[in-house]
Design a protein around this ligand. Sequence first.
Ligand code: PEP
Ligand code: MG
Length: 758
Amino acid sequence: MTSGAVAAARNILTRLHEVMASRSHAQSKLNTVAEVIGECLDSEVCSVYLLREGMLELFATRGLAQEAVHVTRMAVGEGLVGLIAEQIETLNLAEAAAHPDFSYRPETGEDRFHSFAGVPIVRRERAVGVLCVQHVEPRRYEEVEIEALQTVAMVLSELIVNAGLIDGEDAGTFGVGQTGPEQLRGLTLVKGLASGVAVFHQPRVTIEHIVAEDTEAERQRVILAFDKMREQIDRMAGQAEFGVGGEHEEVLETYRMFAYDEGWTRRINEAIDSGLTAEAAIERVQQRTRMRMRQIDDPLLADRMHDLEDLANRLLRIVSGQLGTAASMGLRNDAILIARNLGPAELLEYDRRRLKGVILEEGSLTSHVVIVARAMGVPVLGRVRGLRGVVREGDHLLLDADQATAMVRPSPGVVEAFEARFAKSRERQAAYAALRDVKPVSRDGQRVRVKINAGLRDDLANLSLTGADGIGLFRTEFQFLVSATLPQRERQTRLYRDVMDAAGDKPVVFRTVDIGGDKTLPYLRHDDGEGEENPAMGWRALRVALERDGLLKAQARALLEAGAGRTLHVMFPMVAEPWEFDAAKAVFDGQLAYLKQQKKLLPEVIRYGVMLEVPALAEQLDLLAPKISFLSIGTNDLTQFLFAADRSNPKLAERYDWLSPAILRFIRRVVRSLDGFNVDISVCGEMGGRPLEALALLGLGIRHMSITPASVGPVKELVGKVDLGEIGAAMEGWLTSPPPDLRVTMTEWAAARGIHTD
Ligand code: PEP
Ligand code: MG
């Protein structure tokens, strides 16, 4: 902003402030506004058009015929005013009539005026009206005047929203701009269909006050906010160097560049000098950048723009103190959550009844947030590029994670077609529900056990809904993730007891806490307080539990007490060496001895098992097998360690296939090493929940799987159609001389036998 623009805007703002503070009626305020702006900018015409019932209506004017007020109406996209609103851009024309979109309205008496400048009045990134000035003399307006108009338009947006002069915000019809339907493509992370309104996990800040009372104070607020934001970005970037943190290094580098950009700080300070509050100044500069970027058609720049948007929003959140996520404000409608990425604990904060779907810019199949979403039955579409540039808060979204797409602002025809698909999918679900009481028995008569993975109290309903054979993996750390503080032993006991009560005579395998990796707890940090370079391979799971043995002792006691008089199944995660199992079991033995001494009722039987997630354990199974009752292969971690591919890195999400001979041969080897031992073997990673992968596991001799509840129906159906002898022989052949693409070969094999695997 030039100093002339700053002074002009400041002058108008001071006068507008008085108008807005006055007690007059909204319409008369608007009339005064048109007068004041016209006067200050020395403009012959100043008009305000506002969006009402989807049309841009002339609400106030100085210079045009007063009879035209509330009479002249334009559709969005019609005429110069409509164009400004549709494109959310400024027009500056020496000869308005020469523009191809010019539309003459005789009732306004505007034929005398030649020059025209108009700016959109924007609210939450959408045009809700247009402010324009006109002159008899044909001339282009100076930058100073345009900038003053843009600042004034911002103040106007506050006035008109407060006065309720425009279409309602909640009706979803609020504003124009980006109104057309758009299709998003991504990667299916959790299948399913959903319809709802877009809710940003980190919502855009609502700006309460636009005109500043004390400019110096606003300047100080911005300085402090910049300091804080830079600190945050530096910290994130510091972590990213070590591969920690969800955000990409590249993005963070850009963030840093913007965060330290002097031009940005200067423009915000100038906007404050013109009389705006810190929030309004940030938004004002952002609007201007947005408008400029819109004129540059470069996808790379558009990406950078999203980063800058993100950062501006972060700065706004800091300066306004509106730090909560959408979860803390509560979901008001059926919602589809939009985020770059999320942690599992963040997702769990949302109201499960209202949360219908999630769309992420990043995300990968086995990241914990996706596992949690799968457990919640919430479809997730990931890896959607440019997501936050296309979707706006409140947009209607149709998420079709089955087809890896989402429709933004769908047309009625698309909604209808979607509803039909939705109904079909519900029918399919109902068909699976009909399998509830059917035991999974293969075509050649072998019983396969299909259990569910769970971790929350709410998951228990899935046991009876699916008719699963039990809970093969109860992730006890979920209780820790949803708590603000470490859950006390009594709370743990209560949960475990309730879970066993709900399961009745079906077994529940409790996995001791697997904290660490991407499941971080703010209240449980490594002693030195430093972030780890490689948390998935770091201080997590049993490693934490054995070092903080108070944690494991409390959990052991809670499990033993909850299991009093019943059969208790305890499973240790991330066992890499047999001694780790021994050490963990010793903690349980110690607690058992104590309870015995206290003459407490003990579990009737305790079965101990391990998860095989670390490949090293496969080398020592003969040593471990005599000590354990069961072993469950955790394919999520196993895959990341076998391929040295971070399970939550979106760049690697599609790189390695579960149907690769490396994984399948590895699992076959584990199955064979346990031959002759009395160890029950199962698979509890996400792999088993996908029909084609489940087919492969059956081919490897796995007869026991614990999977996500939504997959129980499809996997039961699959088991009923498969001849286990036949798939076993086929798998042997494929693993001896692997076909070029086993996924393709297996899909054809299944299709030829009428087995659905999609
Ligand atoms: C696994 O690693 O496969 C597993 C089931 O455990 P989690 O996904 O909780 O790490
Ligand atoms: Mg694991």
